[in-house]
Design a protein around this ligand. Structure first.
Ligand code: GLN
Length: 279
């Protein structure tokens, strides 16, 4: 059971989560990321709105959100999204990410935030070029990258923040399923692969971290499995919105942390002993 803080003493923050193309981009449980942020905010007594940023949304809608979640998609859906995310809408997305709006972008979403994605079949899909990375699907006869994923977060600022929040080196448990292989340019990797394949199965990198945008191949169980990342996103969004040094009230994450431990054990991932607990 989550620990519910006293609503009467919780500051009444309001947060709007922008959800990119919910019906086109939500493969493999990606809505779990939206639900996790929403619930963790509600459990603290904040009021939450989830705004779909889809074909009906305007550039002003994109500008209005405090946090962005983007999921994965099949190649065909990615093409439809990129046909819509053009002009003023593309500019609004660029502006949000450059200005530090936090976000979590999974699989197909980072491919679209990069320079381009080349599907296994069909034409190259041009991306928004916000993240300095490119993604190429080597063809339908190449094995997809599917399975459990464990990474150590190495993106320096994020790693520092997560270490301060949890008291230990941040490892994330996730699940990947992608055909595309991503190569990073100058953008920092989110982390290094401890178990699984990550960006391309070759260079040991996973995801990317830019301003406050987390890009990853890890799908929608990412935030339920690693709730401190959801809190980092929430805290970053609230600090930016309210311009105050906000620290979130703790919740009881015992079960989620036990589930992480169970996965480390099952995958035979031996992590270094945790650092001294935060005081
Ligand atoms: N279509 C992309 C790929 O196969 C993304 C897949 C996904 O988001 N699950 O790489």
């Amino acid at each position: 059971m989550p620990h519910f803080p006293n609503y009467m003493t919780s500051p009444k923050f309001e947060i709007t989560i922008g959800w990119l193309y919910p019906t086109l981009m939500s493969t493999y449980g990606d809505r779990g990321n939206v639900i996790t942020i929403e619930r963790r905010a509600q459990w603290r007594g904040y009021s939450v709105k989830v705004l779909p940023l889809d074909q009906n949304a305007t550039a002003d809608d994109i500008k209005s959100v405090d946090l962005i979640v983007g999921g994965g998609a099949q190649d065909r859906q990615q093409e439809i999204v990129m046909r819509d995310l053009q002009g003023v809408k593309a500019d609004a997305m660029r502006e949000k990410i450059e200005n530090g709006t936090p976000g979590v972008f999974t699989c197909g979403s980072p491919q679209l935030l990069g320079h381009y994605y080349e599907p296994g079949l069909g034409q190259r899909i041009e991306g928004l070029g916000i993240l300095d990375l490119v993604s190429v699907h080597p063809g339908e006869n190449t094995k997809r990258c599917i399975g459990n994923l464990v990474i150590e977060v190495t993106a320096s600022r994020l790693a520092q923040d997560l270490k301060a929040m949890t008291g230990s080196t941040p490892y994330l448990v996730g699940f990947e399923n992608h055909g595309g292989r991503t190569k990073l340019g100058k953008v920092e990797a989110l982390g290094k692969v401890v178990y699984g394949l990550g960006n391309n199965g070759e260079d040991g990198t996973e995801g990317a971290f830019y301003q406050n945008a987390i890009a990853t191949y890890s799908h929608g169980p990412l935030l339920p499995k690693n709730p401190f990342v959801a809190d980092w996103l929430l805290q970053t969004a609230l600090r930016l919105k309210y311009q105050q040094p906000i620290t979130l009230e703790p919740l009881d994450d015992t079960l989620a942390m036990q589930a992480r431990e169970a996965m480390f054990k099952r995958l035979k991932v031996n992590l270094p002993a945790p650092a001294a607990a935060k005081v």
